[in-house]
Design a protein around this ligand. Structure first.
Ligand code: MLT
Length: 265
C-alpha cells in the first residue's frame, strides 16, 4: 500500500488492520521492508505488524535530492499519524534502530516499547565518516552491484555467506536495486545524523536490545553500552550471526522477540 508521506509516496504493509498493539518494523541500510519477512507473521493476533520502506528504498520514492536523517524520522511520524497508531512499538535494525532512537528522542516515551537490534546510539566517528566517503566514491565509480558484493561480506557472518545463500542473494539483490542516489544520499545522511546517547537514560519504556555475536558494524560492545544506559533494558546476544541477526539466526531472534512481547500489555 502507498501513502503520501511528506513530499513522497511511501510504501508500507500491514499484517492486519485490527485493533492489535501496533509494531512498526524499520529496516536497515540499504534494505527494504522484506528483510522482516521472517518476523511479521510469527506474532500473536493481539499485535498488528507494520513494515515500510524508508524513503528512496524498496518501493518508496524520494523526491528530495538532499537526504537528511531527520526526514527519515519525519516520514515515520507521518506514517504513525496517517495510520492513527497509538503508542506503537518500534522494532529497528541498525539504521532502523538509529531512526527508532531519534524518534523516541523527538517524541519521548510516546512508544509502548523499543526493540533495538544491531544498532548504536553514537553518531559516526571521523573514521566512519571517511569510510562513508570512500563508499560514495566507489558507488559513483563502480555502481551498486559492486557495492552489494562488498557489503554482504560485512553484513553476514562468514559461515553464513556459505550456509545461508538465499538470504545473502536476497540482500544483494535489494542493494543492487537501490538507486545510487539513495545509496549515496543515505550514506551522507547517516554520516550527519545526531548522537542519541544522552537521551538513553530518559527511556522508561520496555526495551529489548539484540546483537549478533559476530557483528563487526555495530558490535556487541555498542549493544552493551545501550544496555548499560537504558534502565531495565534486556540484552540478548544472537549466536551464529553478524549484522543481520534476524536473517542469520531467525530462530533465536524470533524466540527473544516473542518472549519480550509476551510481557507487553
Ligand atoms: C545498516 O545496516 O543500517 C547500516 O550498516 C548502518 C550504518 O551503516 O551505520
Amino acid at each position: 500500500m502507498w501513502n503520501k508521506l511528506n513530499d513522497s509516496q511511501q510504501y508500507y504493509t500491514e499484517s492486519n488492520d485490527n485493533d492489535g498493539i501496533p509494531i512498526i518494523y524499520i529496516h536497515g541500510f540499504p534494505f527494504d521492508h522484506t528483510m522482516w519477512d521472517g518476523q511479521i507473521n510469527i506474532l500473536p493476533e493481539r499485535f498488528r505488524s507494520i513494515t515500510y520502506d524508508v524513503r528512496g528504498h524498496g518501493q518508496s520514492e524520494s523526491l528530495t535530492v538532499h537526504y537528511n536523517f531527520e526526514f527519515f524520522v519525519d516520514d515515520l511520524f507521518a506514517l504513525i499519524d496517517i495510520l492513527e497508531l497509538k503508542n506503537p512499538i518500534l522494532c529497528g535494525l541498525s539504521m532502523g534502530g538509529y531512526i527508532a532512537l531519534r524518534a523516541n528522542e523527538r517524541r519521548p516515551n510516546s512508544f509502548k516499547a523499543l526493540i533495538l537490534s544491531d544498532t548504536r546510539s553514537e553518531g559516526d566517528s571521523n573514521e566512519a565518516k571517511i569510510k562513508r566517503a570512500t563508499a560514495i566514491k566507489s558507488i559513483e565509480e563502480q555502481g551498486a552491484k559492486k557495492y552489494a558484493e562488498d557489503s554482504v561480506k560485512n553484513l553476514f557472518w562468514e559461515e553464513n555467506l556459505k550456509a545461508n545463500i538465499p538470504a545473502v542473494e536476497k540482500i544483494k539483490a535489494i542493494i543492487e536495486n537501490t538507486s545510487t542516489t539513495t545509496l549515496c544520499g543515505t550514506l551522507m545522511a547517516l554520516a550527519a545524523r545526531t548522537d542519541t546517547t544522552e537521551s538513553l537514560e530518559n527511556i522508561t519504556i520496555p526495551t529489548l536490545i539484540m546483537v549478533g555475536e559476530h557483528d563487526p558494524i555495530t558490535p556487541p560492545i555498542a549493544a552493551e553500552s545501550l544496555h548499560e544506559r537504558i534502565n531495565d533494558s534486556e540484552l540478548k546476544v544472537i549466536k551464529n550471526a553478524a549484522h543481520l541477526s534476524n536473517l542469520e539466526n531467525p530462530e533465536q531472534f524470533n524466540s527473544c522477540l516473542l518472549e519480550f512481547l509476551e510481557k507487553i500489555q
